[in-house]
Design a protein around this ligand. Sequence first.
Ligand code: MSP
Length: 656
Amino acid sequence: MAADKPKFYITTPIYYTNGLPHIGHTYSTIVCDTIRRYKRMRGYDVVMTTGTDEHGVNVERAAKQAGVSETEFVAKMAADWRALWDELGIQGDEFIRTTDLKHAHTVQWLFRLCRENGYVYKGHYTGQYCIYDNAFVNDAKPGDNCPDCGRPTETITEENYFFKLSAFQKPLLDFYQKNPGFIQPDTRRNEIISFVEGGLKDLSITRTTIRWGIPVPGEEPHVFYVWFDALTAYLSAVGGPQYEGRGYWPADVHLVGKDIIRFHTVYWPAFLMAAMLPLPKQVWAHGWFLMDAAKMSKSKGNVVLPRPIVYVLGMDALRYYVLRDTVFGQDGNFSYDALVTRYNSDLANGLGNFASRTAAMIEKNFSGKIPKPGSLQPQDEALTKEIQSAIGEVLERFDKCGFSLALELIWSLIAAADKYLASEQPWALGTSDTDAQRRATILWTAAEALRVVTVLAHPVLPDSTARVWTLLGQPGHVGSQDLDGLRWGQLKPGTPLGKSQTLFPRIEKAEAIERMEAMENEPQKPATAPAPGTTPGVAAAAPQSAPEKIGIEDFAKVEMRVGEIKTAERIVGADKLLKLTVDIGTEIRQICAGIAPYYEPDKLIGRKVAVVTNLAPRKLRGVESNGMIIAASVGPEGRPVLAGFHEDVEIGARLK
Ligand code: MSP
């Protein structure tokens, strides 16, 4: 019963609505979702909040540009964010919008408490303001750019209500000292402590230059400063003024990116102290995902979107990659190459292969029922010991948000179990009773290893571990397993295996990358829901049903012309691609083609090819491609053979 369980409250940042989620935002939400699943498996009653930060001048401007009201604009954006999280299976238990009425009441209530306790006064402020970060830039002069985002600041003078942040220097420093785990990781903690030691200036918490915000009651046209507004969303989501009734406040963890740590570890606890409300227990700041060594951002145009990855490889692959390939707390570089490498090596060849091999051997030799182990040999005991003793260590790593290390350890168990199978060779045993007994012991041991790693990996790979659970014929849902009760030896002999499952079909790297990059360049629409029993990646890779017929008018939309290859060169870091320049009669186009393993660049020069000329330009491995060369796809590996002409044809002639 949830009532007996200890409560655990975790939050993602409340995201701005002026763009759609990219991998950076998705990463924050994936981490929260992983912690949520992990804590549930440790017996907690967990609530995870996410939501949208919908006020401020940016939204005012974006709505104006879109020609709609702010209300309409944010409603559409919030719905899109919500729908994406739903589609990716990482929706919060609470979704708070800062335009929700219950939220406005909470903000107004918090302000009233701070004011009643003597921490709010009226004053004037003139300063340089960054409208993108919604913050005054301390010590900036007119004409200075924002040090965070590099965009020009604006000079703003306002009558404001001020919050006496200066009064909280000592209380905050005392608090950090008494609660050394409050700011994580430690490097961020040190940064914040020196910032606060440097002195705190009072903070203006209302605005009169902005219309689109929560009104300060009785003080119109004052509206609340967006950070006073947005931070309070964590509290509004779990009861607001009636937070005690729900019992989730104070939050256990606010999970944030390193860019917003100061708001969460200085302003937010100070507001709560002023209102005499309980303070969150921990703020964990993760690093950024970088693309081409820069933080992903819409304004720089270097964002990677989650949908194409999920469509081609599945959500579990994305989750695994972002958690495995970065040290939590530090920045990481996003790379499609590394993503697909991880997918093929750790998921397809690692977990997927081990699960299907083990199940296939049990199917074949024991009519699909988990065999009963006989007496153990030292090598069985060694594997048993290795796995049993790793369980506690994996949990400790998860507890410290050491996701990469936890996964490394789980995957070392998969490797050990794989090695065990390879050296014990159950397939090479004969038909004698002794051999059958030995085979039973080996396969039970392998299946038990699979069961344990499946439970341990569940918080990170919710979808595929649920499939392995079904494959192993285990009762209930893997997500309801009690991690504290997980022990070696709980797999019951005689259990029939469940339906066979496709886990992670191997995928050719260049093809996967090309598909993801092509989708990145298309307008985003929801990925087709995967068929039950398949991962989205599998659904995408599965044979398609007979294509629908199209009319001639549809075919006529595709413009194809004869082109002549003028230059051809390899692309560093993209083994499969050639960069071509192609004369199509009216112009010379740059086109990337996935033919590098099959064609020598030099031999292509002067060759006439069929080119699709009216495709929207897209980037492949960062290189612009403006058109497509037609090739047949031959054999099981899809070897490309360029379409050509046996008679002389004029460059630029249209193919019909
Ligand atoms: N609205 C504020 C947060 C208010 S919380 C009370 C905000 N929103 S945001 O849309 O800009 O999202 C910020 C969060 O998204 C970051 O703190 C971080 O968690 C995540 N990320 C955005 N870009 C990122 C990367 N490139 N890499 C990793 N995470 C990043 O700030």
